[in-house]
Design a protein around this ligand. Structure first.
Ligand code: NAD
Length: 483
C-alpha cells in the first residue's frame, strides 16, 4: 500500500472471506498530516454485525471449538509471521491516519504487535485447560477452563493495531472467536491485519472486522450473540458500555481514560529525566491513555524543573508523522484538535503558559498543536483533572512526598504514572503508594508479560500477561462424587 494514493476497499473481512457490505454507507479516512482524504472503506451496518457474529458462533461451535491449545499456538505464530511481513505497510497506515510518529508506529503498532502474538503463542503451547482436583469431601472434581465464547471487541483510534491484538491474542489463545469494531478514524490498518490473518490460515469466522461508529459499537455490545465485551476507549463511552453489560449480565473488560502523575523527586537527575519524560508524558503526541500528563515537581527544585520541561517541549521536533525523525506529529482529527485547543484556552486562564500554546508554523495543513506546558497549575484545575489527550502538560508544585502522593491520588482516574529519582528504591516505595493500575520508575513502558489496566474511572479488568487469559475463559466444575 502506498499512502501517496487513496486506498479504497469495498468489502469487509467476515467468515474468512471478503464480503460485500449490507449498505452503501462509506467512511472517508482523513490523513492527520494533510487534512486530505487518504482512503475510503465501507461503513458497517447492523446486518454486517449480525453476519460477523453468526460467523464467529459457527466457528466456535465447529472445528475451532475443538482445537487444542498447541494447535491454537501454531495459528498465533503463523499470524505473527504474516503481520511481521507487513510491518512497514502497517506502521505507515497507522501513522498517516492518526499522526503517530512513524518511529513509534514501527515500534508499537507492528514490532510490539508481533511480540504480543508470539508471547501468547508461548503461553498457549503449555496451557492446561483441565485440572483434576481432590476435594476435602473425599471425591475429585474436574475444573475446566473453556472459551468464554464470542467476543465483541471495540477499539479507539490512538493505537488501533496493538489495542486490537491485545484482545485478539488472548481470544485466540483460549479458543474464543472475535468480532472487532475499529474506530472510523483508523480503518485502513484492519484490512492489513485481516489480510495477514487470511494468509496465516486463521480459520474462517475466528476473527471478523466490521468498521463503524459508536452506534454500530453499541449494537455489537448489546448483540444477543455476544458472550463477552472487550472495550477500549473513553471513560464516558465505557460507562455506557458497562451499563448495557450490567443489564445483560455480560462479562466486560474496560480500558478507559487516564490523567496520570509523574512524581519527580527532589534528587532527580534532570538529564536522565528528560528523555524518559518525552515518551512517558508526550508519547504519541499526547494521545496515550497512560501518559503522565500531570507533572508533580518538588518546591525545592521547582523553577529548575519547570524550565527543563518547558525546554523539552520547545525542543521537540514537530512535523509530518511520516518523517522518521519527527517527535510530535499532528493530532488525529480536526475535531480532536479543537477539543485539545479548548483545554489550552482554559489553561491560559487557569495557569501560567511556559511553552507552546498555539499551532506550529511551517508544518502543513494537518491537525498540529505545539507541545504545551503550563506551570503553577492547581490540581483542582480543569486542565489537571480532565483527560486532554494531547501534548499538554500541567506542572504542579508539591512540598513533601506526602503531599506528592496525595496530589497524585487526587484524581478520578488511576491508569498509569511514573516516579523519577536517582534512588530507584526510594521511587519504588512511592510507586507502591500511588493508586493506579500501572506505574513506571524512571520510565514507562507497558510490559506485554504483565497485567495492564486501570482502577477507578480508568477501567475494569486487565489486558496483557497471563492474567488476561482468565477474562476470555469460562470456568466449569465437573464433580465426580461417584468416582
Ligand atoms: P471513544 O470512547 O469515543 O471511542 C472508542 C471506541 O468506542 C470507538 O470505536 C467508538 O466508535 C466506540 N464507541 C463509542 N461510544 C460507544 C458506545 N456507547 N458503545 C459502543 N461503542 C462505542 O474514544 P476515542 O476518542 O476513540 O479514544 C480515546 C479514548 O480512549 C481516551 O479516553 C483514551 O484514554 C482511551 N484509551 C484507553 C486505553 C486504555 O488501555 N485504558 C487505551 C487507548 C485509549
Amino acid at each position: 500500500m502506498s499512502l501517496d494514493e487513496n486506498i479504497k476497499h469495498d468489502t469487509f473481512y467476515i467468515d474468512g472471506d471478503w464480503v460485500k457490505p449490507s449498505t452503501d454507507a462509506r467512511i472517508d479516512v482523513i490523513g492527520a498530516n494533510t487534512g486530505l482524504s487518504i482512503g475510503n472503506v465501507p461503513e458497517g451496518g447492523e446486518a454486517d454485525i449480525d453476519r460477523a457474529v453468526a460467523a464467529a458462533r459457527k466457528a466456535l461451535d465447529g472445528a475451532w471449538g475443538e482445537t487444542t491449545p498447541a494447535e491454537r499456538a501454531e495459528v498465533l505464530n503463523r499470524f505473527a509471521a504474516a503481520i511481521e511481513k507487513r510491518s512497514d505497510r502497517l506502521s505507515r497506515a497507522v501513522s498517516a491516519q492518526n499522526g503517530m510518529p512513524l518511529a513509534l508506529a514501527e515500534q508499537l503498532e507492528s514490532g510490539y504487535v508481533v511480540a504480543i502474538l508470539r508471547y501468547y503463542a508461548g503461553l498457549t503451547t503449555n496451557m492446561v485447560i483441565e485440572e483434576r482436583r481432590a476435594s476435602p469431601l473425599g471425591f475429585d472434581t474436574l475444573i475446566r477452563k473453556g472459551p468464554v465464547g464470542v467476543v465483541g471487541g471495540i477499539v479507539p483510534w490512538n493505537f488501533p493495531v496493538v489495542l486490537s491484538i491485545m484482545k485478539i491474542a488472548p481470544a485466540l489463545a483460549t479458543g474464543c472467536c472475535i468480532v472487532l469494531k475499529p474506530s472510523p478514524g483508523t480503518v485502513l490498518d484492519c484490512y492489513i491485519i485481516a489480510e495477514a490473518a487470511h494468509e496465516a490460515g486463521v480459520p474462517a469466522g475466528v476473527i471478523n472486522w466490521v468498521p463503524g461508529g459508536r452506534e454500530l459499537g453499541a449494537y455489537l455490545v448489546s448483540h444477543p450473540g455476544i458472550d463477552k465485551v472487550a472495550f477500549t476507549g473513553s471513560t464516558g463511552a465505557g460507562r455506557k458500555v458497562a451499563e448495557v453489560c450490567g443489564r445483560l449480565l455480560r462479562p466486560v473488560s474496560l480500558e478507559l481514560g487516564g490523567k496520570s502523575a509523574a512524581i519527580i523527586l527532589d534528587d532527580v537527575n534532570i538529564e536522565h529525566l528528560l528523555p524518559g519524560l518525552h515518551f512517558a508524558s508526550f508519547g504519541n503526541n499526547g494521545q496515550i491513555c497512560a501518559l503522565s500528563s500531570r507533572i508533580l515537581a518538588p518546591a525545592s527544585r521547582y523553577d529548575e524543573i519547570v524550565d527543563a520541561i518547558a525546554g523539552l517541549a520547545k525542543g521537540l521536533k514537530v512535523g509530518s508523522s511520516l518523517d522518521k525523525d519527527t517527535q510530535i506529529g499532528p493530532l488525529a482529527s480536526s475535531e480532536h484538535r479543537a477539543r485539545v485547543e479548548s483545554y489550552i484556552a482554559k489553561g491560559k486562564v487557569e495557569a501560567r503558559l511556559v511553552a507552546g500554546g498555539g499551532r506550529p508554523k511551517g508544518v502543513g495543513d494537518g491537525w498540529f498543536v505545539e507541545p504545551t506546558v503550563f506551570a503553577d497549575v492547581d490540581n483542582s484545575a480543569v486542565i489537571a483533572q480532565e483527560e486532554i489527550f494531547g501534548p499538554v502538560l500541567s506542572v504542579i508544585k508539591y512540598r513533601d512526598e506526602e503531599e506528592a502522593v496525595k496530589i497524585a491520588n487526587d484524581s478520578e482516574f488511576g491508569l498509569g504514572g511514573t516516579v523519577w529519582s536517582s534512588d530507584s528504591k526510594r521511587a519504588q516505595a512511592i510507586a507502591r503508594r500511588v493508586q493506579t493500575g500501572t506505574i513506571g520508575v524512571n520510565g514507562y513502558m507497558i510490559d506485554l508479560a504483565s497485567p495492564f489496566g486501570g482502577i477507578k474511572a480508568s477501567g475494569l479488568g486487565r489486558e496483557m500477561g497471563p492474567e488476561s487469559l482468565a477474562a476470555y475463559q469460562q470456568l466449569k466444575s465437573i464433580y465426580l462424587p461417584a468416582g
